[in-house]
Every structure is written in structure tokens, then in C-alpha cells.
Design a protein around this ligand. Sequence first.
Ligand code: LHQ
Length: 258
Amino acid sequence: MTILVETHAHYRLITLNRPERLNALTVEMAEALSAAFDAAAADESCRALLITGAGRAFCAGQDLTAIVGIAPAEIGHLLDHYNPLIRKLRALPMPVVCAVNGVAAGAGANFALACDIVLAGQGASFVQAFARIGLIPDCGGTWFLPRLVGMACARAIAMLAEPLPAATAAEWGMIWRVVADDRLMAEAHALAARLAGGATRALALTKRALDMAETNDLDNQLELERDLQEEASVSPDHAEGVRAFLEKRPAVFTGRRS
Ligand code: LHQ
């Protein structure tokens, strides 16, 4: 199995599972991930996702042994299998946590950056390996990187293709936090569980609003916030949140979408 899916209370753990190849991506794996995202989106009781890698790496990007023999002009078409994944991940109606447990290279690095909250172990690193093999950063890399770290750092990260240690990635704002390697999964599970207990509809709409802010001007963003706030305000979790505040007790959110 190229991925493993484990169900926890209100969230799912997806583990990239080709450790002997540092979890390098194949079309089969992309299809399995796509099906796992669809299943999560269709299940109202799934209120967060946690993604990590098996073994010592997070993901080494495209499996380079799988592109041997493919006509160069066809290689771009491989992205027809990966681009839908990035789109699906961004559109998932729940927060996605990524626990980067080791090296994240090429498309593997950008797959991590596409997630909502990225935690990394101290020993993890991010490598935009593409330049080393005469390719350009894909899977959203050229979009995510400048937005996360600014154009000056994005250019150097993309063109030099040097491993960026997790601590530097956090310092530069590329990821949320670095934790000790032996604490990574405990912290990541705690974060996923906490998000899964949140007001899921509001979190999904927050994700959408922040994504739209990347391209909207302020006027359009204000309009969007009004529309999305209307959607959030009719959710049962909004009513519960206000009730809990007035009754001076912790809110118990259900994540029900209506
Ligand atoms: C691998 C891989 C790998 C196969 C390690 N494939 N076996 C491009 C094309 C078209 C469309 C779709 O999108 C893309 C996007 C991309 O992702 S292009 C970028 C592809 N990725 C890379 O160029 C990274 C290649 N890997 C590396 O640079 C290193 O392996 C890293 C820095 C990830 C880790 O280095 P080490 O920790 O020193 O490990 P290693 O190199 O010894 O790798 C361990 C094994 O994993 C080894 O196999 P072996 O049989 O010798 O034990 C590697 O061959 C294999 N492996 N990455 N992408």
C-alpha cells in the first residue's frame, strides 16, 4: 500500500508509505491520496487530516526511477496527476496538518507547503531539488514559496536547491513550528485532535478566505469575508460558541456543516 490511512477520533492520519524510496511519489500513490482526500471530504465526522511519511523521510518528490523511459515531452503530463491533489488539499473543508518527519524534497516539499499547518522535526529539511535535475519547482512551489518567505528567499531556495533545515524554515516563516524529532508525532496528533474539536465549518471558511486573500484586493476580500461570515454564522457551532461563552463553559463543537 503506497499510503496508509488511520482513523482517529474526528481526524484521519495519512502516512506516505514507500519508505525504501523515501516515500517518492508515483501516479499510483497520487491516485490513492486523491481517493483518501475524497473520502475525508465526504465524511462529516472527519474534521481534520494529519499527513506524515513512513521511515526516515517525509517525501523525496517524484520517483525518478518511474520517469525513466518516459518521453521528455510527456513528463509534464505527470503533473496532471499531482496538480489535482494540490487543488483538492487546498479545497478540503477541514484543516490539514503536515508532520514533516525527515527530508521533504521536490514535489514532496511543495506537497508539505500546501498543507494548512506544517510542523517539522528538528532533523527534517526542505529541498527544492528541481534545479539539480534541470526542472522547475512544481506542485505549487513557485506560488507557495514567495508568499511564505518573500521573493528574495524564494529565489535563492528555488535556484540553489540547497537543503533548508527545519529550524531555518520556521525562522523564515515557511512552516509553523519545529519540534524535537521524538516529540513530532505526539505534537502533531495533539494539534490535529485540537483542530478536529474546533468549529470545523468556520475553520474551512477561514482557510478559503486566507487562500483568496492571496489574489484579492482589500475591497473584494471585505466582500468575501461578509459572505463567508454569513455562512459561518448559520453553523450550529457558531450558536454553540456564543452559548458557551455566555454560560461561561468550554464550547462543545460538533463540526456539523448545517
Ligand atoms: C529515490 C528518490 C526519488 C526515486 C531518493 N526517486 N528514488 C518532476 C517530474 C515530472 C513530473 C512530476 O513532478 C516532478 C516533481 C519532482 O518532485 S522533481 C524532484 C524529484 N526529487 C528529487 O530530485 C530528489 C531526489 N532525491 C534526493 O536528492 C535525495 O535522495 C534526498 C535529498 C531526498 C535524500 O538524500 P539521502 O538522505 O542521502 O538519501 P539517498 O539519496 O541515499 O536515498 C535513499 C534511497 O531512496 C536511494 O535508493 P537506494 O536504492 O540507493 O537506497 C535513492 O535512490 C532513493 N530515492 N529519492 N525521488
